[in-house]
Each structure stands twice: as structure tokens, then as C-alpha cells.
Design a protein around this ligand. Structure first.
Ligand code: ASP
Ligand code: MG
Length: 191
């Protein structure tokens, strides 16, 4: 039995068909007896859509409110993926970054993870649950929701794997590697 952290990017959970495929892949690991923690991004380009929507209302939205808005993208994904796994009769629970206890600095829109409380995760794993965690988000010590910067779900996955001492951290993606920042936005991003 291994403890595995898997991360699925936005294109992997872009619609119901994709989400079912991801759920099947997760089930494969769970059924062979592994403990699985899954980190997911927002569906498809939904983060970009939320940013455009915000800009229609306010050209310079406050970073705090942007975090409030953008963190919802990942929350949609975790709930839907959890429902898909439940439909396959797998025991599963979804958790937001703040629910997990991912504590960050208080710099909105580019917060850094400072601490991860593994107690809740461990409790869910002990109950044999697959745990689906919203990527890209955490909270400050004052309970303010923060996000980790574009593409931050990879950071969440790696940080969770490290905090839990996971046997494996798998990043499922359709780009060629893990970049320092989103290569679609910043051409100088380094692999
Ligand atoms: N949804 C966020 C973004 O598009 C985080 C991520 O995908 O990793 O940047
Ligand atoms: Mg994304």
C-alpha cells in the first residue's frame, strides 16, 4: 500500500466526460489498495473566464476579492470529481485548501504556503476515504482565503506530498513538465 498524491490540471477536468475518466483513473489506484489524495485545478479555462468577468465589473479588482472569486473554480472541480467517484461507489470526500489547513502568507493572489496541518487529511485517509483537495488555495492565519498564483495547483500537490511524506506525487498534465509559472502567460517560464 502506497500513499499517492495525484494532481489533475484544468484540461483533465474540463467536462463531465473528462471528470469521469479522471475518476476511473483514481479508482484504479484506490482499488489496488493505495491511499490516494487528489489535487485538482479549476475546470478548463474557467479561471480565465472568472478573471474576464471580474474585469468587466472593475478594472482593478482588489486582490482579496480576486482570491475570493478564483478559489471558487477549484471548489467546483472538487465537488464534481467527488460526486463522480461517489457514483462509482468509492468512499470520497472533497476539501478546500482552507479546510485542509493549508496556511499561507497574507499576500493575496501570490501567497506562499507556510504550513500544512496534516491532521484532517490523515483522519480522512484513516477512514479509507479518497481525499479530493482544491488546488491553488489556502488561508492566512486570520482565515482570509488566498491563492498561490497562476498554475498554483502543482504547488499544492507537491507541498501536500512533502507534508505527508507521500510515496509518490504524480502530476497529470498535457504540458511537458512543471514550470516556474504558467508558460502560457509568461514565455520566460522555466521548466
Ligand atoms: N486554476 C488556477 C489557474 O488557472 C490554478 C491552476 O490551474 O493550477 O491558474
Ligand atoms: Mg488552471
Amino acid at each position: 500500500m502506497a500513499l499517492i498524491v495525484q494532481k489533475y490540471g484544468g484540461s483533465s477536468v474540463a467536462d463531465a466526460v473528462c471528470i469521469k475518466r479522471v475518476a476511473s483513473n483514481i479508482s484504479k489506484y484506490y482499488d489496488r489498495g493505495d491511499q490516494v489524495i487528489v489535487v485538482v485545478s479549476a475546470m478548463g479555462d474557467s479561471t480565465d473566464s472568472l478573471i474576464s468577468l471580474a474585469k468587466e465589473l472593475n478594472e482593478q479588482p482588489k486582490a482579496r476579492e480576486m482570491d475570493m472569486l478564483l478559489s471558487t473554480g477549484e471548489q467546483v472541480s472538487i465537488a464534481l470529481l467527488s460526486m463522480a467517484l461517489d457514483a462509482m461507489e468509492k468512499p470520497v470526500i472533497s476539501l478546500t485548501g482552507p479546510q485542509v489547513g493549508i496556511i499561507t502568507s497574507n499576500v493575496h493572489s501570490k501567497a506562499r504556503i507556510q504550513e500544512i496541518d496534516t491532521e484532517r487529511l490523515q483522519k480522512e485517509l484513516d477512514k479509507n476515504n479518497i481525499v479530493i483537495v482544491a488546488g491553488f488555495q489556502g488561508k492566512t492565519e486570520d482565515d482570509e482565503i488566498t491563492t498561490l498564483g497562476r498554475g498554483g495547483s502543482d504547488t499544492t500537490a507537491v507541498a501536500l506530498a512533502a507534508a505527508l511524506g507521500a510515496d509518490m506525487c504524480e502530476i497529470y498534465t498535457d504540458v511537458t513538465g512543471v514550470f516556474t509559472t504558467d508558460p502560457r502567460v509568461v514565455p520566460e517560464a522555466k521548466k
